[in-house]
Design a protein around this ligand. Structure first.
Ligand code: PLP
Length: 237
């Protein structure tokens, strides 16, 4: 790897880092003979201000990830007026009382993970007639502090989403444990999705998106490799 893979010592601006990430994605696709169009880059702009996001929009990036509904609502309506074809992804935990706001703002929610949230989403669907695209988060490392359904409960949860709540789930998402090799977690997520007939796999971040692509990721969520490092307190959330 070259020194361009991280913000420190890499290209000085976000547009150049975006190009670099896109190049790495293309190489990873070529390596496993996947079509580059089958992997979407979600640029994770959490904690970054509109002024820092604008150059990335200007460089042509149109899918962005945020982990807080309130923060996204403060930044994105104005940016979207200028870049109306922007697609927004919620990649952080969603509280049931924020479902209405989240449904109004986001195009994809990656973090469906419990029955009470399904109930709130079903209610919003009944109220408005539409919902964002939905992914179920799987806690592949069974970490106590992490959101997501446990791998052994995933099949039953997916059935419940469909049969009890009438929700269409498009795919799965995971965040592997920080201190473990990610590959087995990506493999587990891909296997769980295949068993349940799901086509979308949201996996891979700045440190491991090329590995995720090799394991079948269709969405990679890349923040710091594009925007630079975040304050330490929010880096892991
Ligand atoms: C912050 C975050 C990312 C991006 O992390 P980087 O390491 O900066 O690429 C991806 N996914 C989720 C769920 C996140 O919270």
């Amino acid at each position: 790897m070259t020194d361009q893979s991280t913000s420190e010592g890499g290209p000085a601006n976000a547009a150049a880092r975006l190009r670099y990430v896109r190049g790495q994605m293309a190489k990873a696709c070529a390596h496993v003979e996947r079509a580059p169009a089958g992997v979407q880059l979600v640029a994770v702009s959490k904690t970054f201000a509109a002024a820092e996001i604008e150059p990335v929009l200007a460089a042509g990036q149109r899918a962005f990830g945020e982990n807080r509904v309130q923060e996204a609502n403060a930044k994105w309506p104005a940016l979207r007026e200028r870049f109306p074809d922007t697609e927004l992804h919620l990649i952080g935990p969603l509280q049931s009382n924020k479902v209405k706001d989240a449904a109004a703002l986001f195009d994809v929610i990656h973090t469906v993970d419990r029955a009470s949230l399904c109930a709130a989403l079903a209610k919003e669907l009944a109220r408005s007639g539409r919902l964002p695209r939905l992914l179920v988060e799987v806690n592949t490392g069974a970490e106590a502090q992490k959101a997501g359904v446990l791998p052994e409960n995933a099949d039953a949860f997916l059935r419940d989403c469909r049969e009890s709540y009438g929700l269409t789930i498009e795919g799965l998402m995971c965040i592997p444990p920080f201190d473990e090799a990610p590959a087995p977690h990506f493999a587990l997520l891909a296997k769980t999705a295949a068993r349940n007939g799901l086509s979308t796999l949201s996996m891979g971040m700045s440190a491991d998106f090329t590995t995720a692509i090799e394991f079948g990721a269709t969405l990679v969520r890349v923040g710091s490799a594009i925007f630079g490092s975040r304050p330490a307190t929010t880096a892991a959330t």
